[in-house]
Design a protein around this ligand. Structure first.
Ligand SMILES: [Fe+2]
Length: 267
């Protein structure tokens, strides 16, 4: 049974507050763990069994809320099957032993990436993280122009919003095979940039701060757009991308990266 929730009202005037609270509140409940121990008569424990699992987060809108630009059928398959399979695959891998017990998902990504020699759990863990971020990078009634500090920062780092848009689309279309396109804040350079990553790779592995992402795997667009990736990427930019989410993420990022004059209101 596929279910959905409305935990984020993207039209709320208190969006920044709601959004940051949501991010904060999902950080730890996201990880569910328990240890079952049998106690011997002498007080020692034996046969410890570890149960650790990560939950399937629901998109912050109904499954048909992105229509006609992304269909309910696509959400049912992409979120309800592909994303779910990554979560279940990861949980199955983690149930084998307790070596990776006790990490948040962010930490698990970095640990299983293993300095570029990924452990078997990495792909599922990264795909879970990336998909969570992707669903929250879209909203009903999205697209169009970013606002306030996000727009100002884009204009500062790309010259204009039109330049950024062209760069994002060109990067998406130039990327070969499965992967992701991201607008990130580069922590060292203190500037926004467009990057792509292959397969399950995520920019948090090299400390970039993601602001927006788009799934470039064929399963993300084939049901709605067949092989027309150009249309898919343009529709994302025009009707789906959540500049509200981007504003909240930029506000949080400014806690870690000094961008100079404060331009983004923090709730
Ligand atoms: Fe996907």
């Amino acid at each position: 049974m596929i279910s959905c929730c409305n935990s984020l009202n993207v039209n709320s005037p208190f969006l920044l507050t709601n959004y940051s609270q949501q991010l904060k509140s999902t950080r730890h409940p996201y990880l569910h763990q328990s240890k079952l121990q049998k106690r011997n008569s002498d007080g020692t424990t034996r046969g410890m069994k570890v149960v650790a699992y990560y939950g399937l987060k629901t998109p912050p809108y109904e499954l048909d809320a992105l229509e006609p630009y992304m269909s309910r059928r696509t959400l049912e398959v992409h979120w309800g099957k592909h994303h779910r399979n990554y979560v279940e695959g990861l949980n199955k891998q983690l149930s084998q032993n307790d070596i990776l017990y006790g990490h948040t998902l962010d930490e698990l990504l970095k640990v299983t990436y293993n300095n570029g020699n990924p452990l078997p759990e990495f792909d599922n863990a990264a795909q879970v993280w990336n998909h969570d971020f992707f669903w929250e990078s879209m909203q009903p009634g999205g697209g169009d122009m970013p606002k306030l500090g996000v727009l100002q920062q884009i204009e500062k780092d790309f010259g204009s919003f039109t330049n950024f848009r062209e760069k994002f689309i060109l990067a998406s279309l130039s990327h070969f095979g499965s992967g992701w396109v991201w607008l990130v804040l580069k922590r060292q350079e203190k500037r926004l940039a467009v990057i792509t990553t292959s397969n399950a790779l995520s920019p948090i592995l090299w400390d970039d701060i993601p602001i927006v992402c788009l799934d470039l795997w064929e399963h993300a667009y084939y049901l709605d757009y067949k092989n027309d990736k150009i249309e898919y990427v343009n529709v994302f930019m025009d009707h789906l991308v959540s500049w509200n989410a981007a504003l909240g993420r930029m506000a949080r990022a400014e806690c870690f990266v000094n961008l100079g004059e404060p331009k983004i209101p923090v709730a």
